[in-house]
Design a protein around this ligand. Structure first.
Ligand SMILES: Nc1ncnc2c1ncn2[C@@H]1O[C@H](COP(=O)(O)OP(=O)(O)O)[C@@H](O)[C@H]1O
Ligand SMILES: [Mg+2]
Length: 414
């Protein structure tokens, strides 16, 4: 069968890799520092990026700002399928995103969108949102999975043919996705997730996929009346800053990319009523890892917590899913169960194993330095850590397992 396949003459012959021109693959900064940090410097020309997020989180605001900044150096076309041009103009006035090189088209038809691209010849195309664009002759309903995938494929082909950097907005709902941006992830080069509690002002952006850069950085913004303000130093935002220590809380230091982040874990433990199954409610934490911390406390550290309802959450809407947060979760839960406060000004980090052991984590020195900078004076870290800076103004306690961390008086008096 294979022999019958006709061979076509390729448009570009294969060349030795050393002779391939890589200059086109350099990232161009968007001009929004927190966004560029997440992207690994900016957008490589011809990239197709999907910006996913729940309605109201601020996707349109982010892209209008980024579009206006990019318009300082190239033509930008913003296609709005959700709002009228006047509505977008109103937002642009409010957030100061007006530029002669930022072109706006209210359009929901793919063919017309392509005509706008032909007319404007932008270097950056923003489509808000991909779910609102439809095309005649494609099966399925506008916004449905089939159409959205076809539209995305067409825009990806366009971007690759013309080296047109393209950012697509994709809506996701709380329970995952409608006409799923998830099903588009493999079609695009970069997937960004924009998140934050829409009742609060804090917003975070992270890369779930990036063909041209890292996926472990987060960018932080504050969303206000005048748009998004980058927060290069977000550490203090994820602490509750209680004047008195409260039982059931513990501060930890995570490492998001290269950036250490000081954040607080809060827990509440109540005996489960009657024969009900115990409740396990988590917010901002890895649900399964909280469950493991509970089991380790019960079986390895003598804390009777298995028949209790457990609530565990982060402060300020931050998501802490790195294993190094385990120790803080375990100590917070131990404090909540025994109604004891941790020692004042203390941070804790380390991965907790099922044997109750505390495993080492990366970047200990950087985490400690950040905690010291934020005013913390004590730390509980995994044993065997050799990266503790000598001049650190902190008491650093190295512990081998959860039980000895509790015995060592970290979980203090009632
Ligand atoms: N006039 C305004 N003043 C202050 N904030 C506003 C105003 N209008 C909208 N917002 C905020 O901007 C958010 C909407 O952002 P938007 O970029 O439209 O989100 P998305 O595109 O993700 O749906 C709203 O949640 C609201 O909090
Ligand atoms: Mg929008």
């Amino acid at each position: 069968m294979l022999r019958e396949l006709p061979a076509a003459r390729p448009a570009v012959p294969a060349v030795p890799i050393s002779q391939v021109d890589a200059s086109g693959a350099a990232a161009k900064p968007t001009g929004m520092d927190e966004l560029d940090r997440v992207l690994g410097g900016g957008l490589v020309p011809g990239t197709v990026a999907l910006l996913a997020g729940e309605p109201g989180v601020g996707k349109s605001t982010l892209l209008l700002e980024a579009g206006a900044l990019a318009a300082d150096r190239c033509d930008v076309l913003y296609v709005t399928g959700e709002e009228s041009a006047a509505q977008v103009r109103q937002r642009a006035d409010r957030i100061g995103a007006i530029s002669e090189n930022l072109f706006l088209a209210a359009e929901t038809d793919l063919a017309a969108l392509l005509a706008h691209v032909d007319a404007v010849k932008p270097e950056l195309l923003i489509v808000d949102s991909v779910q609102t664009i439809s095309a005649a002759g494609i099966e399925g309903v506008p916004g449905g999975v089939t159409q959205v995938r076809e539209i995305t494929s067409a825009l990806v082909s366009l971007a690759k043919q013309r080296t047109l950097t393209t950012v697509l907005v994709g809506h996701v709902t709380k329970d995952g996705s409608i006409a799923g941006p998830r099903s588009l992830e493999h079609l695009v080069d970069v997937v960004l997730h924009f998140e934050g509690d829409s009742r609060g002002r804090l917003r975070m952006i992270r890369a779930l996929k990036n063909r041209f850069g890292p996926t472990d950085e987060i960018g932080c913004f504050e969303l206000g009346e005048f748009g998004l303000i980058g927060l290069p130093d977000p550490s203090g935002l994820f602490l509750s800053r209680q004047h008195q220590p409260v039982p059931g809380t513990c501060v930890t230091v995570t490492l998001e990319g290269r950036r250490p982040l000081v954040a607080e874990v809060q827990t509440l433990v109540c005996p489960t009523a009657g024969n009900e199954p115990p409740r396990r409610i988590t917010s901002g934490l890895d649900h399964a890892r909280v469950g493991m911390a509970v089991a380790v406390l019960e079986r390895r550290a003598g804390v009777r917590i298995g028949r209790c309802d457990i609530y565990a959450a982060t402060v300020g809407g931050v998501r802490l899913t790195e294993p190094s947060v385990d120790l803080a979760v375990a100590l917070a839960l131990a404090g909540a169960r025994t109604n004891r406060c941790l020692l004042p000004d203390i941070v804790a980090f380390g991965e907790v194993g099922l044997a109750g052991e505390i495993r080492n984590v990366a970047g200990v020195g950087r985490r400690l330095a950040e905690a010291a900078r934020m005013g913390f004076r004590r730390a509980v870290v995994p044993v065997g850590t050799d990266a503790i800076p000598a001049d650190l103004p902190m008491d650093v306690l190295q512990v081998a397992d959860v039980a000895s961390a509790i015995v060592a008086g970290v979980v203090g008096l009632p």
